[in-house]
Design a protein around this ligand. Sequence first.
Ligand code: NAD
Ligand code: UDP
Length: 339
Amino acid sequence: MNRLLRVFVTGGAGYIGTHTCVELLNAGYEVVVYDNFSNSNAEALKRVEKITGKKVSLILGDIRDEALMTESMSGCDAVIHFAGLKAVGESVEKPLEYYDNNVQGTLCLLRAMEANSIHSLVFSSSATVYGDPEYLPLNESHPLRTTNPYGTTKLVIEGILRDLYRSNPLWKIMILRYFNPVGAHKSGLIGEDPQGIPNNLMPFVAQVAIGRREALNVFGGDYPTHDGTGVRDYIHVVDLAVGHIKALEALESPQCRAVNLGTGIGYSVLDVVNAFVQASGKSIPYVIAPRREGDIAACYADPSYAREILGWSASYNLADMCRDTWYFQSKNPEGYLLS
Ligand code: NAD
Ligand code: UDP
């Protein structure tokens, strides 16, 4: 029997949120999703219900609407906070929108939690808070710094959470620093459905494979990595979702800690392209293009603290990530709404 029964999930209609809702429902939790659909839609949640055969309560609202959130989370035992804007480039162009949505939205959320005496929180942070790595693999004690407003919103929120815990040790807070989430649920019903041109590698590669885009631009072929292209720690979104269940289970005593969720393995852009060719049987034309501004050469996690604190480690490999991305892409060639 889970001690925390009903979970309030902000941004639960999004990419990581939907996969986490599936794992929550399968583990016997009740789920209340709070989302403004700024980067998602109701269809994604219908598919969560289809996969699990269980009902999701949905509240259409913005996290900056503190009154609605305070009312909506009544009766919940814990919060998983995914809602936020996440495009690095857009955050450079629209910093105020990012600080308002992510930081102001989180302040509203925390006040709503206090008003309901809910003190258990799992927060979506990112490996971007480590900035350009001083050493690899990245452990949680690596210095924190950011290179763009999106990253700074995560760092500011992490600081707010630590201050909050210091002010009131009733709080039980798990900050999860995700590396690069990719892949999709094995049903092919839910997955990543970016609007417009994908910023991230895996969805772009998938759209080249399906014929929606002509070729991949590989941003930089002269990095000090094994083949000159950027190296990242790709993690299957279902592994990530399971990490959230483990994090909730670990919130038994007051704490505020940050934990990496990654595999510990770094793959280059060309490793991903080759794995995707294998998984899809499609050719993926690419050209080596100039480096993308602000990119780092390599980034991968030391996942040992997650194993120690959460009893969690990743179970899917790169071939699984490509297979599941491709299955979702081929079942939904134009995304959720047009498939
Ligand atoms: P997503 O855009 O698919 O999901 C975010 C959800 O939040 C969307 O459904 C969106 O409609 C909702 N939302 C945004 N602003 C809102 C607001 N003001 N009020 C209510 N709902 C709002 O993104 P995702 O990839 O699922 O990411 C989830 C979280 O994980 C984000 O906080 C993101 O910064 C973080 N994260 C993502 C990645 C990644 O690569 N996907 C990596 C590290 C961290
Ligand atoms: N990348 C690329 N072409 C693209 C998108 C990404 O070569 O169209 C590279 C990028 O330079 C980085 C890696 O793929 O080395 C992962 O990029 P992504 O944006 O997915 O994640 P992040 O850079 O945020 O870790």
